[in-house]
Design a protein around this ligand. Structure first.
Ligand code: CA
Length: 229
């Protein structure tokens, strides 16, 4: 888990969005990205992963509930908190298959939103203490250990190595572009180059690959990396 919690705000109302941007800026643990339409939200969630999504129900191009449903269909498990208008029937928000985790009715007090956000981020992190299967290994991200499933032998990882594996695992075997992985692991404001990432990948392969020069688990693909799960 990188120190910064990446929040995606999907909201077409400039006044509300600007207020939230200002208020969240006072909390350095959050980095906020804004999308104004459902289309922008779907595009960006395709390329980048977030720790939490705040999703307006009344988007100009789509009902936010439908957007949430599509996000879930794409396999994205990020907690979604819907921002609803007072006139929206709140019961339908968490309804059957939209897949939202929570909703908050406008107008809301910032403190209430913040408390909800933190609660969802915490429960997400707890679920991340689960064991992730990667090839012959089990990744225990919370303790930065890769365990050989058969022998129980433990390989210690650095925090960056753990996060690299975690984010690649999240892509479920799909290719993750270098730039995306770099941002995921080092954060958006970090001034690191892809060379830094490549150095970490090199060291990680020394630890996990039988033949690091012919990687079979952490594979290089066109423009990025993927995991052979
Ligand atoms: Ca709206």
């Amino acid at each position: 888990m990188s120190a910064t919690q990446r929040i995606l705000l999907v909201e077409d109302d400039d006044t509300l969005a600007e207020t939230l941007v200002e208020q969240l800026a006072l909390h350095p643990e959050f980095s906020l990205t804004r999308a104004e339409t459902a289309k922008q939200a779907l595009d960006i969630t395709q390329k980048t992963s977030f720790d939490l999504i705040l999703l307006d129900v009344g988007l100009p191009d789509q009902d936010g509930r439908e957007t949430c449903k599509i996000i879930r269909q794409k396999g994205i498990k990020t907690p979604v908190v819907m921002l609803t208008g007072a006139s929206t029937d709140a019961d339908t928000i968490l309804g059957l298959d939209a897949g939202a985790n929570d909703y908050i009715t406008k107008p809301f007090r910032f403190g209430i939103l913040l408390a909800r956000m933190r609660a969802h981020l915490r429960s997400q992190q707890n679920s991340e203490s689960a064991v992730l299967a990667i090839g012959p290994y089990d990744l225990r991200a919370a303790v930065k250990v890769l365990e050989v499933r058969e022998s129980g032998e433990k390989i210690r990882l650095t925090e960056k190595e753990t996060n690299i594996l975690k984010f690649l695992h999240r892509a479920q075997g799909a290719a993750v572009p270098r730039e995306v992985l770099l941002h995921e692991v080092w954060g958006y404001n970090a001034e690191v180059s892809t060379h830094t990432l490549e150095t970490h990948i090199y060291r990680l392969r020394q630890k996990i690959e039988t033949d690091p020069s012919d990687a079979q688990i952490l594979r290089t693909v066109d423009g990025g990396y993927c995991l052979n799960l």
